[in-house]
Design a protein around this ligand. Sequence first.
Ligand code: SF4
Length: 400
Amino acid sequence: MKKILTIEYDKKFTSSVLKKCFENSPEKIIEEIKNAYLLGRGGAAFPTGIKWEFVRNQKDDKYIVCNAEEGELYTFKDKFLLNNFAYKVIDGMIIASIVVDSHLGFIYVNEKYKKEIEILKNVVRKYKKNKFLGKNILSTNHNFEIEVIESNGRYITGEETSLLNVIEGKRPVPRLKPPYPPQKGLFGKPTLINNVETFSFIPYIIFYGNEWFRNFGIEKNYGTKLICLTVDNKRIGVFEVELGKIKIYEIIENYAKLKIKNVKSILPSASSALLFPENFNISYDFGSLKINKTSLGTGGISVFTKKFFVFKEILNILKFFVNESCGYCVPCRIGLKRVYEKLCELENLKKEKLKKELNIIKELSLVIKETSRCALGQSALNSLLSYIERIEYGEYRNLY
Ligand code: SF4
């Protein structure tokens, strides 16, 4: 399998790629990213080039923010990238600053990532010495500083507008959108926010061009993706795969080292719907997972073997979201807790009673999904809803 992010690049690469940015117009660089069709790797899969173009066109001071909160269950690929290739993320941010014309950027890092925070600070110091950061970068008129900020350790601050509130010293509550951060973000100014993995692809696309990038992956799902694998709640590792060039069953066999007949289901990410063996033949890419009523999310894949009681994990996931709810809106604050309590009462119920209770839980979950203010409340129950669908399919014989 071809790789991009998990291979070192020559230290001279940074100065070469930055020089290339200064030699070309911002419009040309944005065109390159748009033609690469790089989808954001933080969960929302928004086209990166379009976002950059929008921020570039704003007539105001602008900020760059790298979201390295990575608070979601089963996800640890940003930690891996920062640990091994922090300079790629910073290169991506510097390129963004040249393109959208920004002079200040922030990396918002999970407070538990102490080692990675030190690595980032060291790279920033070294880059300042080498004139890649600070005043007059590479003897041009461009100035750009990066501040490394420790998160407050809450999953909800990984939500981009909540993150902005924290940097501004406010309560970690998601803002209503629109306006979106590229219109009105940090301190009311246009702000470009991308995830660690997204920024890391940028130097490659600029240096080698969009056609090179499109050699990886499949149409409209170009490039590679870092996946974090967990089996029955035990971390296996981080792997780089080409989007659309690998099937779900191959991930299970080649990376989780499991036989398909021993696997009950997989969860493509904590906010996604479960996939079952009849779907293991689908490709791993944004489009295929969406068609199959789930989502790729951040790439934190959890595999459940036949020995594992999936219901317990569904409870764990829900408990996580209950604890992480910011409490701002009622459906999420009260509703998630109520669903959790009702689920805890299910274990000893027999068929008819189980069916009745699951129908109530399903109805309540759909209302929460529809009426919650942000993505946390809207997606917290995706795994549960797919689990209930499976129980319905099995005619309510038992929880599994
Ligand atoms: S959905 Fe949940 S996390 Fe989002 S604003 Fe409402 S209470 Fe807060």
